[in-house]
Design a protein around this ligand. Structure first.
Ligand SMILES: *Cc1c(COP(=O)(O)O)cnc(C)c1O
Length: 429
């Protein structure tokens, strides 16, 4: 593949710039999702046209080592030859029927193989759609109205879950009576306990990212997830694990297998790059959905043959993969960055959970929640991001996002990345 070029400050992105100029005339803010705008890093968005393995190529023919991977989706790398060919064959036979198709069954079986807690599932078209359907189901099932979520966790753009709170349950008390959403601090058992003491009989569900990815990587502290399982059981509330990022990211399955939540949300990886969301759980809850039960949820494109096949092929390959490969690469990256950190004495904190990581420009030595995360210096991250992209490394265009490794990353790409990172701190610190 294309070699990473020498350290440079010149970055020819004329075609990307032209396209963006055109895009802003037609698309809101020039983008179809705000996360794609590079406004948080003061740069013009890059227009990608091709991707192979761990490398993506832009419209000006610059190539980059991709640590975004469509927000964690492309765990097998880009343009896996086998998957692409199989999809082409299916495209020749029909794109969508809006009716039952064999692949739906095979896909469901693979998901259940990975997730023991899932007895029945339903496929939708995005993580957002899966979450909002699961919330509707949990409310109908429990006949309760309130949802408890965590500050800095993201569950798609579902109205009731966009509440960030900005503050914790302790300062929100006045609002909660009216609102259906209670926001607690991530990793804070006491706040969750307080919320259940006050509103326990009204809480339909607790929703959590078992490893937080959408405020940058924040790991669950010891016992937090277990505690959530216990307290929801005690109050007969539904526990929802949002494994849209974490599902099939660390193993063939997810963190749910250890904690047995009632509903699991999947997305990203399980569609192999095509739009998807999945929610599933115990039959007695899932059977509340139409056509068996009273909770309505439908979708023209749900479980379409192309997405299902893409998911099946991806999951079948993942089943035979050795995930410790990703973990080892993550460790090498982490050790490299720690060495650079001490050599140049820089205020950075590398937070990693297996193959998912964030380099925080933050002098904490522990990051447990949103309050710790937002102490990070976003200006410094933006400078760092721009240096890296100019030198062929594509990181998330925001301090508060996770970066990922794929099975197509390797030692040589990781050590190139470390060289560029070292160059940056040597030059500017
Ligand atoms: C990406 C994401 C979603 C939303 O999925 P979309 O497909 O973008 O709607 C929900 N939850 C988590 C944890 C996510 O990372």
């Amino acid at each position: 593949m294309n070699e990473t070029k020498q350290i440079k400050n010149e970055h020819q992105i004329n075609k990307s710039k032209e396209l963006y100029k055109e895009a802003i005339k037609h698309l809101v803010g020039g983008v179809n999702s705000p996360a794609r705008s590079f406004n948080k890093v003061n740069y013009d968005p890059i227009y990608f046209k091709e991707g192979y393995g761990a490398i993506v190529i832009d419209e000006d023919n610059n190539s980059y080592i991709d640590y975004v991977l469509a927000w964690g989706t492309m765990i097998l790398g880009h343009s896996n030859e086998y998957i692409v060919n199989e999809l082409k064959n299916q495209l020749n036979k029909g794109i969508h029927f809006g009716a039952c198709h064999y692949y739906e069954i095979e896909f469901a079986k693979l998901i259940k193989e990975g997730f023991r807690s899932i007895e029945k599932l339903r496929v939708v078209n995005s993580g957002t759609e899966a979450v909002l359907s699961a919330i509707r189901l949990a409310k109908n099932y429990t006949k309760r109205k309130k949802i408890l979520k965590f500050e800095g966790n993201y569950h798609g753009h579902v109205d009731s879950l966009l509440v960030k709170g900005g503050s914790s349950i302790l300062t929100q008390e006045l609002n909660i009576k009216e609102q259906e959403t209670i926001v607690c601090e991530y990793n804070n058992k006491e706040e969750v306990e307080l919320a259940f003491n006050k509103y326990g009989e009204e809480i339909a569900a607790v929703i959590v990212e078992p490893v937080a990815g959408n405020m940058g990587v924040v790991k669950p502290t010891n016992g937090f997830l277990k505690f959530l399982r216990e307290i929801t059981k005690k109050y007969q509330a539904i526990l929802i694990f949002d494994e849209v990022i974490t599902g099939f990211r660390f193993c063939f399955g997810g963190l749910s297998n250890e904690y047995d939540p009632d509903i699991i949300i999947l997305g990203k990886i399980v569609g192999g790059g095509l739009p998807i969301g999945v929610y599933g759980g115990k039959s007695y809850i899932m059977d509340e959905l139409a056509p068996l039960g009273q909770t309505f949820q439908a979708g023209t494109f749900s479980g379409n043959p192309i997405t299902m096949l893409s998911g099946i092929l991806t999951l079948n390959i993942l089943k035979s993969k050795n995930y410790s490969y990703l973990e080892e690469l993550g460790e090498i990256l982490e050790n490299g960055i720690k060495t650079i950190k001490s050599k140049y004495n820089v205020d950075i904190f590398f937070n990693r959970y297996k193959s998912m990581w964030t380099l925080f420009f933050n002098n904490s030595n522990e990051i447990r929640n949103y309050k710790d995360v937002i102490k990070s210096d976003t200006g410094k991250y933006a400078d760092f991001f721009r240096f890296l992209i100019k030198n062929g490394i594509y990181l998330p265009p925001s301090q508060f996002e996770a970066a990922f490794l794929s099975f197509e990353h390797n030692m040589s790409l990781v050590s190139k990345t470390l060289d560029i990172i070292e160059e940056y701190f040597k030059k500017y610190y």
